[in-house]
Each structure stands twice: as structure tokens, then as C-alpha cells.
Design a protein around this ligand. Structure first.
Ligand code: NAP
Length: 270
């Protein structure tokens, strides 16, 4: 059986083995997909062990996406732009990196939530690893502009500068967000993990699609969005399944159906 895995720390919570098992069943592939907890300073030896044991590909989650990028021998354009990878394919001892986070978000917004991103004004909150991964795929959809706001202002300014070759993106501090509605607000901070809400001007959510990358609970950001008249509110479960589907296609050359898996995970949550 071909061998795959997800490597992270912590890793217990990961839904990836379940998602990949569903995809493999759909397309009739025989694979194993395990969770690997890597000690924080031992990512490269964890990868080496997995490959020696016959591993053909793996996903990478927090906090190793940048370490993984540095380990690759070759990368897709997407991964190069992000400077981080969440998917690696092993071919003749060569590690090929991809970042499917952004494609996953775009597919969820466009295909599952029926939103066009063309000519839209998008506000992203947060300038960490997830934002690095989603910026290029979002800019590739031709939004009017992306506003990038972060608690630590310097980080959003630097990131906006780095990605400005792909489209119109400007970076500033959280406290500089205007209380003026935008089309889409994406919470790409890790505040939800701590049960916190980034401090945002209320007016931006009115009539907007509000999307939290976090999944599994109704986050403070989602509650804030409902209270402030958002048009639609979503968590990041669809993105999780969509990014997994893109990783699956990257490894196996077969694109699985995501809708039944999203429905299954939502039922499991109820
Ligand atoms: P990260 O690299 O640690 O970055 C965290 C970001 O959140 C930073 O910009 C930080 O601002 C900001 N932040 C943290 N607490 C905040 C607060 N209380 N108020 C305002 N800003 C705050 O994390 P990441 O890897 O980008 O992950 C971000 C989120 O995306 C996580 O919830 C993760 O689970 C989620 N995610 C979901 C998927 C999916 O498939 N659905 C995929 C990837 C990531 P400073 O720079 O000022 O510290």
C-alpha cells in the first residue's frame, strides 16, 4: 500500500487522515495516511524517517510549513510565492513542494459558497503563515484590491510589498482599518484558537462575506460577523477539505469530490 502522512506539532486534532481515507475510497486507491508528531527541533529527521520507511508524500501543518519549504528540492510557483509548503511529493528521493492552502480557500469561496472574487475588495486580517499561502491564489482571481491588516503593522507592510507583483495589495495596522464595508473579510489570524477576536472596526462586516480560516467551532469572529450584519458567514472547514483535495490530486493525479466529505464532517460536528 502506498504510504502518506501529515506531520505537525500538535497533531492529535488533525482531520487529514479521515479526509484522505474518504478520498481514497472514492477513487478506489489503496493508501495508508498516518499522523506523525514531530518534536519541534527534529522536523527534518522526522521527514527522513518517514521517507526511509517508504513514504511517498506528506502534508505539513503548524509549525513546520516554512521548515518544509526549506527542505524541498523543487517547488511549484505557488509554493515559491508563499515561501511555505503544506504538501510534499517524494519522487526518486527528490522532494517536490506545493502549497494548497490558497487553492483550498479559493475553491471553497468560489465553488462551495458561490462567490466570485473578481473586482472584489478583500480585507485579510493577519499576516502569518496562512496569509502567505493564500495571497497569490486570491490575487490570481483578479480582486479589485486586497487590504492586509495585521496587529504588528510591519509584517503586513512587508508582505504586501512582497506580493504586489501579483496584484493590488496594501498593508497596514489593525487600528488603521476604516469602518467602511468591504466585500469579503477573511480572518487569517490565530486569535480564534485562543477564543479571541482581533480588534476590528465594526462597519467593515456590513453586507460582507466573513470567512474565518479556523474550523470546528463558531468563533468569536463569526459571532461578531453575524452581529454586524454580514451577508454570509463561514468557518474554514470547506478550505480544509479543498486543500486536502488539491494535495490528493498533486500526489495521485486524481481529483476527488469534496462536497460529500464536507457534509460528512459537518454531520460529525452536530
Ligand atoms: P501564525 O503564522 O501563527 O500567524 C498568526 C497571525 O495571527 C499573526 O498575524 C498574528 O499577529 C495574528 N494574531 C494572533 N492573535 C491575535 C489577536 N488576538 N489579535 C489580532 N491578531 C492576532 O498562524 P497561521 O499559520 O497564519 O494560522 C492562522 C489561522 O489559520 C489559524 O487559526 C489556523 O488554524 C488557520 N488555518 C486554517 C487552514 C484551513 O485549512 N482551514 C489552513 C491554514 C491555517 P502578529 O503578527 O501581530 O503576532
Amino acid at each position: 500500500m502506498s504510504k502518506y502522512a501529515v506531520i505537525g506539532n500538535p497533531i492529535d486534532h488533525s482531520l487529514s487522515p479521515m479526509i484522505h481515507a474518504q478520498f481514497a475510497k472514492q477513487v478506489g486507491l489503496s493508501i495508508t495516511y498516518e499522523k506523525i508528531l514531530s518534536p519541534i527541533n527534529e522536523f527534518s529527521s522526522s521527514v527522513e524517517r518517514f521517507i526511509k520507511s517508504g513514504g511517498l508524500g506528506f502534508n505539513i501543518t503548524v509549525p513546520f510549513k516554512i521548515n518544509a519549504y526549506e527542505l524541498t528540492n523543487d517547488c511549484t510557483l505557488n509554493a515559491k510565492a508563499a515561501g511555505a509548503v503544506n504538501t510534499i511529493k517524494v519522487e526518486n528521493n527528490t522532494l517536490i513542494g506545493e502549497n494548497t492552502d490558497g487553492i483550498g480557500l479559493v475553491n471553497d469561496l468560489c465553488n462551495n459558497l458561490n462567490q466570485s472574487l473578481k473586482d472584489k475588495e478583500i480585507l485579510i486580517i493577519g499576516a502569518g503563515g496562512a496569509t502567505q499561502g493564500i495571497l497569490k491564489p486570491l490575487l490570481d482571481c483578479g480582486p479589485e484590491k486586497i487590504l492586509l491588516a495585521n496587529r504588528t503593522k510591519d509584517k503586513s507592510i512587508k508582505l504586501a510589498h512582497k506580493f504586489s507583483k501579483y496584484g493590488k495589495v496594501c498593508g497596514f495596522g489593525l487600528d488603521q482599518i476604516k469602518a467602511k464595508p468591504v466585500d469579503i473579510v477573511i480572518n487569517a489570524t490565530s486569535a480564534s484558537i485562543a477564543g479571541k477576536m482581533p480588534e476590528l472596526a465594526n462597519g467593515v462586516a456590513e453586507g460582507a462575506i466573513c470567512y474565518d480560516l479556523m474550523y470546528g467551532i463558531e468563533t468569536p469572529f463569526m459571532k461578531w460577523a453575524y452581529k454586524n450584519s454580514a451577508l454570509k458567514v463561514s468557518d474554514g472547514l470547506g478550505m480544509l477539505v479543498e486543500q486536502a483535495a488539491s494535495s490528493f490530486a498533486f500526489w495521485h493525479g486524481k481529483t476527488p469530490q469534496t462536497r460529500p466529505v464536507i457534509n460528512l464532517l459537518r454531520e460529525k460536528d452536530d
